[in-house]
Design a protein around this ligand. Structure first.
Ligand SMILES: C[S@@+](CC[C@H](N)C(=O)[O-])C[C@H]1O[C@@H](n2cnc3c(N)ncnc32)[C@H](O)[C@@H]1O
Length: 258
């Protein structure tokens, strides 16, 4: 039996914009992912695990012809409701699993999956499906949280030192380095590259943001004057670009192997 919640919603997802570093990271994730699909008029783009559909809608508004595929009935219902309010043409919404995409081989110019692969029970199969439905020379884009980021490592080491080293009992809920209950896979750069390279000729491996979720950084950046905070977030982000193994989020893109 598949252990999958068909009625899931976003209740276990970190709220976007709750802190300055979160707001920055979620915005960067979206912009970097959408840009990596090389959007433009007439381009056929597939959004795998489209969730609430906001990324599909943004690409459709750039002139692309977008299909959002999502297995959750609740999410699809929400998306259809929201699409009805759009002035322009809405994306096409299809209920479907990432590992059994209901589309013909080579039907898209690009396929992307943002912040969702770690929720899949068969992520490697989903990547092979994304490569299959993307035409030769097209693009597959995968954006995923890095649980071996500098911030995860530093926070884990600090907690370990306090708990194990100093014997202190910390008041703690789930830390950002703890894998949420609805994730099947704990990704880091080597695993991400290994799974992607099995089906893609890699063209882009990029890191986004550094330090996200580290309590001392989250607090400090929240207190800085806005312009200074924005400058520091951008500087760390620029550093992360060439340090994907330490970055908070990894974007990988490539051409399907045939
Ligand atoms: C954290 S949400 C991300 C949604 C969206 N991509 C975004 O960035 O807002 C994870 C999504 O993965 C979907 N999902 C979980 N397992 C899946 C699978 N095997 N195939 C396709 N989608 C799946 C969930 O229904 C959910 O919409």
């Amino acid at each position: 039996m598949r252990v999958v919640d068909l009625d899931r919603d976003m209740s276990d997802v970190i709220p976007t914009g709750a802190t300055r570093d979160s707001e920055y990271l979620f915005d960067r994730m979206t912009r970097a992912t959408l840009a990596a699909t090389l959007p433009g008029p007439g381009r056929r783009i597939l959004d795998v695990a489209s969730g609430f559909g906001q990324d599909s809608i943004a690409l459709q508004e750039l002139g692309a012809s977008v299909v959002g595929a999502e297995p959750s009935e609740r999410m699809i219902a929400w998306t259809r409701l929201k699409s009805g309010e759009l002035a322009g043409e809405a994306p096409r919404w299809v209920r479907g699993w990432g590992d059994a995409l209901p589309f013909a081989t080579g039907s898209f110019d690009a396929a992307f999956c943002k912040g969702a692969l770690d929720h899949f029970d068969r992520p490697a199969l989903a990547i092979s499906e994304m490569a299959r439905v993307t035409r030769p020379g097209g693009r597959v884009v995968l954006t995923i949280a890095n649980f071996e980021s500098l911030s995860c490592r530093a926070a884990r080491a600090t907690d370990d030192l306090q708990e194990v080293g100093l014997g202190r009992q910390l008041r703690r809920g789930r830390r950002h380095y703890d894998v949420p209950a609805d994730h099947f896979t704990r990704y880091d750069l080597p695993l991400m590259k290994e799974q992607a390279a099995a089906h893609l000729e890699l063209e882009l491996v990029e890191g986004l943001s550094l330090g996200w979720g580290l309590p001392v950084w989250t607090r400090s950046v929240g207190k800085l004057p806005p312009a200074l905070a924005a400058g520091m977030l951008r500087a760390l982000d620029a550093l992360a670009r060439s340090l994907p193994s330490l970055a908070d989020v990894i974007v990988i893109a490539g051409r399907p192997r045939r």
